[in-house]
Design a protein around this ligand. Structure first.
Ligand code: ATP
Length: 553
């Protein structure tokens, strides 16, 4: 397939902001694509060349792209740079110098991979030349999108969900959409999903299971308003487990090869060489485990979450192993040579106990079987006494529901006891410049919830309270400005921000109440929001519109 065909689809997508229209454009296009190219096209409709967890990075900055454009167009670099500064859109600038139009999708995909693979001495030059070579073969329209892909700024507003929707209507039935989403939660690689549906249909999709090396979306907890609801929602007996407030870690072990993935499915193995060593000694066979890593003192007592932040580093890792000791609390097993997610929790836990030998560094989560709410409160009180975050109540018959916030896991935290609402995890989408004491940084951040149905972000509040000075003056560095409103954001004219950010960073906030609001596209506003902490979550894992609506009911 010619790359021009894909570029024309990009153009059509760029012209609309309607989710339904995008889905239709992609459905029509996917039907035309050959089975062999569907995987590539699925990645590229998201502006990617691999799944996110593979962490393939093109490693090209604006300056290198400008160099490539100059090289391809036989133009002076300063002139290209001037044009780019004026337009603020590398795509538009690239489009001014384009050529013949002989590119194929496969050729572009493979060259972009070569760009990503170029490393070490002279790699910048190699990357620049490879891109220049592509640009010299591109028509203006192709060059425009090529340049944007390279800088990770495609601006189409197409999210994973839109692609899944389009794949299911193009290749299966509307009813198959659920199966596709389920498979994507287990194997979050849109290329594999697209190739499987193209070649093996919905039956192939149904067979997708857990594999070592492919991180799966984490199962999440529901919440109840009163502990007495547990009986109705789950049914006794239940397993009650300590809820550890550290960082979620998914362990993938094949022989002595171990990878650790975060809740965002990022590879965090290099941060925890001590845990990797401990797993080698304590865990049997090939497996995938779900767990939480916690900072601990020399006696093994749990320490507050904030301390763990110091382990989030690329340098001085060995030094911080000693400074900030950690332990891993394992609470589930998802694979032990075969996929276990459809097994009941009771059975998975029995397998887990046989797989993990407890040591100082690797432990099983503290748990107890309960037949009534008094028993739940008992363990809850114990965990809160030693500074824990509360408990997770688990259905002993429940499967592992990847990526789902269902009733098989329910959390119960001290805030709920005090009759307060839980906190909110919001996506930061923009900011307003500060004045007075806050001059030189942002005065407030514009925060949004996620609307799962429309795959859009809807604003809920402006957040300006709760930051200490260090955080406040670190905001400028923490957020990278983009030149345009994020494509998947719906925002009212009345509260347009001074600067926009890609919906990437999630912040945890508390608030006093939620009230109706015409200014926020969520339809509601969170009053008196206060900053609590940054969260290691993907934007699509933030508080959803549906959750907000359930609060106000
Ligand atoms: P919160 O803000 O309450 O931490 P969350 O939005 O991060 O919640 P939830 O789905 O509400 O996520 O709670 C599940 C999280 O709790 C998991 O992501 C995991 O990191 C943590 N956790 C700690 N202990 C356990 C446990 N024993 N079982 C399951 N999850 C646990």
């Amino acid at each position: 397939m010619k790359f021009l065909e894909l570029a024309k689809v990009y153009e059509e997508l760029e012209k609309t902001s309607s989710y339904i229209a995008m889905k239709e454009i992609l459905t029509k296009f996917f039907k035309k694509v050959s089975k062999d190219e569907l995987g590539i096209v699925a990645y590229m409709s998201l502006g990617q060349i691999a799944c996110q967890y593979a962490d393939v990075n093109l490693g090209m900055a604006d300056k290198m792209a400008v160099k490539s454009i100059a090289l391809a167009g036989g133009e002076k670099e300063e002139i290209v740079l001037r044009k780019y500064k004026k337009s603020g859109d590398v795509g538009e600038t690239a489009g001014e110098y384009a050529g013949r139009g002989t590119l194929t999708v496969k050729n572009v995909f493979e060259t972009l991979h070569k760009i990503a693979q170029a490393e070490g001495g002279g790699s910048q030059e190699r990357k620049t030349k490879l891109l220049a070579n592509l640009l010299s073969q591109a028509t203006p329209l192709e060059a425009r999108y090529l340049a944007r892909i390279v800088l990770g700024d495609l601006r189409l507003g197409v999210g994973d969900k839109t692609v899944l929707d389009a794949l299911s209507t193009a290749y299966a039935s509307k009813e198959a959409r659920k199966e596709l989403e389920h498979a994507y939660n287990i194997c979050p690689d849109i290329g594999i999903i697209a190739r499987t549906i193209a070649h093996k249909g919905i039956n192939g999709i149904k067979k997708i299971g857990v594999e070592v090396g492919v991180p799966i979306q984490s199962m999440l907890c529901q919440r109840v308003k009163a502990i007495e609801e547990i009986g109705k929602k789950i049914g006794y007996p239940v397993i009650v487990e300590e809820k550890y407030d550290g960082e979620r870690v998914q362990v993938h072990k094949k022989g002595n090869k171990i990878k650790l993935y975060s809740r965002r499915l990022e590879d965090i193995t290099p941060q925890f060489p001590d845990i990797v060593q401990a797993i080698k000694k304590a865990v049997k066979g090939n497996c995938v485990l779900d767990s939480e890593v916690m900072p601990v003192d020399s006696k093994g007592n749990l320490l507050p979450f904030q301390i763990l932040m110091q382990r989030r580093r690329k340098y001085d890792v060995q030094e911080y192993i000693k400074k900030v000791p950690v332990a891993l609390f394992v609470f589930d097993i998802l694979y032990n040579g075969r996929s276990l997610i459809r097994e009941k929790y009771e059975k998975r836990y029995a397998i887990l106990k046989r797989t993990v030998r407890q040591t100082d560094k690797i432990k099983l989560a503290l748990q107890k079987m309960c037949k009534d709410s008094d028993c739940i409160e008992d363990l809850f009180n114990k965990t809160v006494e030693h500074g824990g975050e509360g408990v997770v109540i688990k259905n002993i018959h429940g499967p592992y529901e990847a990526g789902v916030r269902g009733w098989n896991w329910v959390k119960w935290k001290p805030e709920y006891v005090k009759g307060l609402r839980d906190t909110f995890d919001l996506v930061v989408v923009g900011a307003y410049y500060g004045r007075g004491r806050r001059a030189g940084t942002y005065g407030a951040l514009l925060c949004a919830v996620y609307d799962e149905k429309k795959d859009r972000f809807l604003t809920l509040c402006k957040l300006g309270s709760g930051f200490n000075d260090k955080e406040l003056f670190g905001l400028l560095k923490k957020f990278k400005k983009i030149t345009h409103k994020p494509a998947r954001l719906e925002v009212a004219k009345t509260i347009e921000a001074d600067v926009w950010f890609d919906p990437r960073i999630v912040v945890e906030v508390t608030g006093a109440e939620i009230t109706k609001s015409p200014n926020h596209t969520a339809g509601y506003a969170l009053r008196f929001p206060r900053f609590l902490r940054w969260r290691e979550k993907k934007p699509e894992q933030a508080t959803t519109l549906k959750e907000i609506l359930s609060f106000v009911k």
